[in-house]
Design a protein around this ligand. Structure first.
Ligand code: SF4
Length: 279
């Protein structure tokens, strides 16, 4: 902390109230993730942010408020980040990309939610703001699911709230059981998610056309490992150790990923990918 910064009436000279608040939230996220909720004193956060305890209480009423604020500001929310970066990307594709990352998550931002969930079990002061926080996340996710249903990506018969809840449980469960506790093969995990996505997607006209399943297949004789398939259709393709394309799982294309499959077929420079219709 720069010694020349002078605390003036609970604020740091030359720093706006909003900046002080941001600084406190950043410090809270770091300290909670490192020491846990119970092991953190409000004074630790104030010191890490370089402000007085009085300045801290001018912004946050309690340690529990700081925890909820730190989660909103710095908790891991990859899905929201990716959606903000590219709102045009199909929702099923986003869900699959985020879902695949869950099997390998081990970042400090993810530990914050663990601390908050554990603290909420023991402390009603934490449980209250956590209920609000989880409710906000679930509502946002349910809106995203509604968007996907309106766009024909997901089965409109499904409850958006139930799908949102399922996604939240997966995300939070992966924070509680990181890969150092239990690892799962990434390809196996991706194949399972693709299958789950297939079950959530809208039934299309394939059934009416007497087609049981549309599958992708890579001809290993032709594949040269350009990687377009798994870049363009990460829900359907992965790569082997040498970068050659591999079909995930049994290759069945969920209706919501039909566009991905067509894009991969059209962009494979070796024409190594086939779309097979099984009747
Ligand atoms: S795009 Fe075609 S050539 Fe490239 S890795 Fe995929 S299947 Fe192989």
């Amino acid at each position: 902390m720069n010694a020349l910064l002078i605390l003036v009436m609970g604020r740091i000279a030359g720093v706006t109230a909003a900046e002080t608040r941001q600084r406190l939230l950043r410090a809270a996220a770091d300290v909670f993730a490192e020491r846990g909720y119970d092991g953190t004193r409000v004074a630790d956060i104030a010191a890490a942010a370089g402000v007085s305890n009085g300045a801290l209480y001018a912004h946050f009423a309690s340690k529990a408020d700081l925890l909820a604020g730190a989660l909103r500001a710095h908790g891991r929310n990859l899905l929201a980040d990716m959606f903000a970066a590219d709102p045009e990307q199909p929702v099923v594709e986003l869900l699959l990309l985020v879902g695949r990352s869950l099997a390998r998550r081990r970042d400090a931002r993810g530990y914050l939610i663990v601390e908050a969930l554990v603290a909420a079990r023991r402390d009603e002061d934490v449980a209250r703001p956590m209920r609000e926080y989880i409710g906000e996340r679930a509502d946002w996710l349910a809106e995203l699911i509604r968007l996907a249903q309106a766009g024909g990506e997901l089965d409109p018969a499904l409850s958006p709230d139930a799908v949102a809840h399922f996604c939240l449980l997966l995300a939070m469960g992966s924070a509680l059981v990181p890969p150092d506790l239990h690892a799962i093969g990434e390809e196996d995990w991706a194949a399972l998610l693709t299958r789950v996505a297939g079950a959530l997607t809208r039934t299309d006209t394939t059934a009416q056309r007497g087609i049981n399943a549309v599958k992708v297949h890579i001809d290993p004789e032709c594949c040269q490992g350009h990687g377009r398939c798994y870049d363009l259709a990460p829900g359907l393709f992965g790569d082997d150790e040498e970068g050659y394309g591999q079909v995930l799982g049994d290759g069945v294309v969920p209706p919501g990923l039909a566009d991905q499959a067509r894009r991969a077929v059209a962009n494979c420079p070796e024409r190594a990918i086939d779309l097979l219709e099984e009747t």
